[in-house]
Design a protein around this ligand. Sequence first.
Ligand SMILES: [Zn+2]
Length: 269
Amino acid sequence: MNGTIHTLMCFCFLLLSCTTREGAEVKSSDVMQKETIVVVVAHPDDETAIAPVMAKYAKDHEVYLILATDGSYGVTDHAGIPEGDALVQVRNQEAACSCAALGVHPPIHLGLIDGLGFYARGDFYQQMSAMRESLHEEFTRLQPSIVLTFGPDGDTGHHDHRLVGNMTTEVLLSHDEYADVDLYHYGWTKRQADKFPQWNLGYVSEAYLDTAISFSEQDEERAFASIQCHKSQYPQSEMDEWIRIEREDSENKLYFRTAVRKQERSTSF
Ligand SMILES: [Zn+2]
């Protein structure tokens, strides 16, 4: 079996249906196994990148969002909220709003400090060690079967994104107990990245994006509702434009690269 298709079928075992890069429809099994899917990102609002896929899975599976940092440095001109606790409170509420909109469990906050030791705090190694320990604790508690996180491009290239994706990968690779956890890095195609030149998004060669997940208009509407929660981060005009661009894009697919796949989910194939 073609490796790409096999990987796709494994990941898509839990989907109602999904489409291979070649366009062939892959059907789900008759007996659906409930999976625990954990999404690990750096900041409240990072989940918006793969929000339609989270909404899709949340209908039939347990989907959790782990937010590594508190977002305390996400100051914006339009919101005018100073860095620190006041901003953390607002962003916590926004993250809760977003998760509710997507139908996933309430956000899990690791409480690391935005910037992970950059921003002149000088406690990089302490932050890394705390993140390693906290992720291990959460994975042990949640027992995910699938983990989704940033690839090496870090979505926007932000250092926190790169570090969170890297640490998530490190933790899963360093413990034998996670041998059955499948890990996927999400990535933009060049075409997708080019839709938002102002964000300077990283992208991945389509040769490596071996898993394509389609989503419905309804999933996408839930994602738009989650975007609208993050009012401290985006002026209304920017959110409107973002949603307009996504509405115009009828591809309705997100792409992932398999980082680790150990579990055979293809019992029905
Ligand atoms: Zn971010």
